[in-house]
Design a protein around this ligand. Structure first.
Ligand SMILES: [Cu+2]
Length: 638
């Protein structure tokens, strides 16, 4: 093996194809896995934070690769740590609660088992479909096996769609009422049939080839940067304006940002050590048997990072783009390159600030254009697409925006009526209400590792000597001192924000430097306490959680073993300890999302809907940090 494998340049560098190949061969040579073992993912084991913060170019470190998968012969999932530096298997754990994420191997086995099952073939035939090659089977994670399956079964469900031609939108033709429950280890299929609803003849197409014509009044719009973009990229490190950060793609979390800093008059001030999607859940609200069990964890169960699209210039991204590739691990242990998985570019974003002196028309208005740096990925997870867009602004603001698009899940309704939990999106087609709840893990490092979090509300005050005119409202700040105190929910009626401060560093006004987390007004989990959804999606019970940093607490749930996990993991378990969160190395976890009540306009494909949050400096700087942004060149002399 070549020296590149021995010496990756940084502990946070993503795995190369050669590294994954070597890690797999070391694990296989240890003779612990059977021939039937399939890999779900491989990635660098998260290096200890202290190692990363103290790392300097050229230092030696142990390159540890984590390989996760499922061994059908043993009916159990594995979590292996392999040292490339020492060429040895360091650790192999067989997982007791939860299983490896669903892989392409599981999907292919599910197809094979279901399409060969006589009862399922008969159920499909009852619906007038004799050719099973015209059925698209969609794998669905199910949370737990059926009661009559083995409790540790590698269970998955399959719902079916009529796919008469490969180019058709088969999601518009669900084979209603039919669910196949599959135990992938045992090769068992159990069919659940709630009765036939006729499949519509007409399609609901959206592909360009299926359109009769397009609107004709769209003129070209081109983004040109004749001198190139204003950012630079060196390996995984991005520099733009006063920002600096490192990025990686993780199979579970997708895009991960590391060591985000802002250069404040020559001082590179740390803001975030690490930021990423930890997991997400899509709980369905409808009580019908086709949907009441659905609550997919699209990161932990089905690997958000593996769903990353290969992005195309001029289609997904416009302008001067820098792309990063992503190397993932296939079930057979071979690496697969996904080209152009991460898009980096800058955008004009309207005005940054402006003032016109209204009383002296001789003075030119002062106005500055705003730009933002965009780091993004777009993922396909079954019928849905999620885009994760991180924006960095010149004034120190960071924004995370999720773009939700793709195709909503639907049911055919025999009586043609929608309901309050499954409104009609087209005649005879209803789509159940559901939530998309994202939990972002934000490891703050605000001017140093020891930070605190305050909840800041704005509250009207009662009439009294201080408030004779009843106009008085003020901020009320409460320090969140422990993990239990720090389980909080949004309160837009109080303009609630959570402010991360460094109590040990003050600004020129003598106040602690801070950044506020500005949440959107979205509720946490709406599923009741009696639901499997509530039990398994603990992180979604609150909009805010704060924990003291611990190397092993990387996931809001069971992380890469969330598939079929009981739910006794992650934030609810960590925070039972009620550890101190005051002036400590902190991790902030923020759950937010979209409560999606589908509309006819979401059909047959959903225009992008947005969710997200902002991180804005509050007294982190002594003044507007973007005063030095120059006027646009043609505005100087006006
Ligand atoms: Cu939705």
């Amino acid at each position: 093996m070549n020296s590149v494998i021995n010496n990756p340049t940084h502990p946070l560098d993503p795995c190369t194809a050669e590294e994954l190949t070597l890690a797999v061969s070391i694990l296989r040579d240890a003779n612990e896995l059977s021939e039937q073992a399939a890999f779900a993912c491989g990635f660098p084991a998260e290096p200890p934070k202290d190692l990363v913060l103290q790392f300097e170019a050229g230092m030696d470190f142990d390159r540890l690769i984590r390989l996760i998968g499922h061994d059908r012969a043993r009916k159990q999932s594995f979590d292996a740590h392999v040292s490339l530096t020492n060429r040895q298997l360091v650790e192999l754990n067989w997982i007791e609660d939860g299983q490896a994420p669903v892989s392409a191997a599981d999907y292919l086995r599910m197809l094979e088992l279901v399409k060969a099952d006589a009862e399922w073939v008969a159920a499909v035939s009852k619906r007038g479909i004799e050719d099973v090659s015209k059925v698209h089977l969609e794998p669905w994670v199910c949370g737990q096996p059926l009661p009559d399956m083995h409790p540790q079964a590698r269970a998955i469900r399959a719902i079916a769609f009529l796919s008469e031609r490969p180019q058709d939108n088969y999601y518009a033709k669900p084979i209603e009422g039919l669910i196949a429950h599959v135990d992938l280890d045992e090769g068992v299929v159990i069919v659940e049939d709630h009765g036939v609803v006729p499949i519509p003849q007409d399609g609901s197409e959206y592909a360009a080839a299926a359109m009769d014509g397009f609107r004709k009044d769209l003129k070209p719009l081109e983004i040109t940067q004749p001198e190139g973009p204003s950012f630079t990229v060196e390996g995984q490190v991005i520099r733009w304006q006063k920002w600096r950060m490192r990025i990686a793609v993780n199979p579970v979390e997708g895009l991960v940002l590391y060591d985000v800093r802002y250069n404040d008059n020559g001082r590179e001030r740390p803001i975030l050590y690490r930021a990423s999607l930890s997991d997400m859940v899509v709980p369905y609200g409808d009580s019908s048997p086709m949907h009441n069990w659905k609550h997919a964890f699209d990161a932990g169960e089905t690997l958000m990072g593996h769903g990353g699209n290969s992005l195309r210039l001029g289609c997904d991204c416009l302008g001067e783009i820098h792309y990063f590739d992503n190397t993932i691990l296939r079930p057979d242990g071979k690496p697969l390159l996904v080209e152009n998985a991460v898009c980096l570019h800058e955008e004009d974003f309207g005005i940054l600030w402006k003032h016109t002196n209204a009383f002296n028309p001789k003075l030119p208005p002062e106005v500055r254009r705003k730009r933002r740096l965009v780091v993004s990925m777009i993922h396909t997870v079954g019928n849905y697409e999620y885009g994760f867009f991180w924006y960095f602004y010149q004034d120190g603001t960071i924004q995370l925006e999720v773009k939700l698009t793709g195709i909503v899940g639907v049911s055919l309704v025999a009586d043609g009526q929608g309901t309050e939990s499954a409104p009609l999106v087209a005649p005879g087609i209803a789509s159940p209400v559901h939530q998309h709840l994202f939990c972002f893990r934000l490891d703050f490092n605000l001017d140093g590792q020891d930070n605190s979090v305050c909840e800041v509300d704005v509250e009207p005050q009662p009439i009294g000597p201080r408030n004779p005119n009843d106009n008085y409202f003020k901020t009320v700040s409460r320090l969140l001192r422990s993990e239990q105190e720090a389980q909080r929910d949004n309160a837009p009626e109080r303009s609630r924000v959570w402010k991360v401060i460094n109590p040990n560093v003050t600004n020129s006004m003598g106040n602690p430097v801070g950044y506020k987390l500005l949440a959107q007004a979205s509720p946490p989990l709406l599923s009741g306490k009696g639901s499997l959804h509530y039990q398994r999606a603990g992180f979604a019970r609150h909009n805010l959680w704060v924990t003291p940093y611990a190397d092993e607490e990387l996931y809001a749930d069971a992380g890469p073993f969330t598939n079929l996990h009981s739910g006794n993991a992650g934030l609810p378990v960590y925070t039972e300890q009620d550890r101190n969160t005051e002036n400590a190395d902190l991790v902030v976890w923020h759950t937010f999302g979209v409560t999606h009540v589908p509309r006819p306009e979401d059909w047959p494909i959903m225009p992008v809907e947005y969710a997200g949050f902002m991180l804005m400096p509050v007294g982190f700087f002594d003044a507007n940090p973007a005063l030095d942004v120059p006027p646009a060149s043609h505005c100087d002399s006006m």
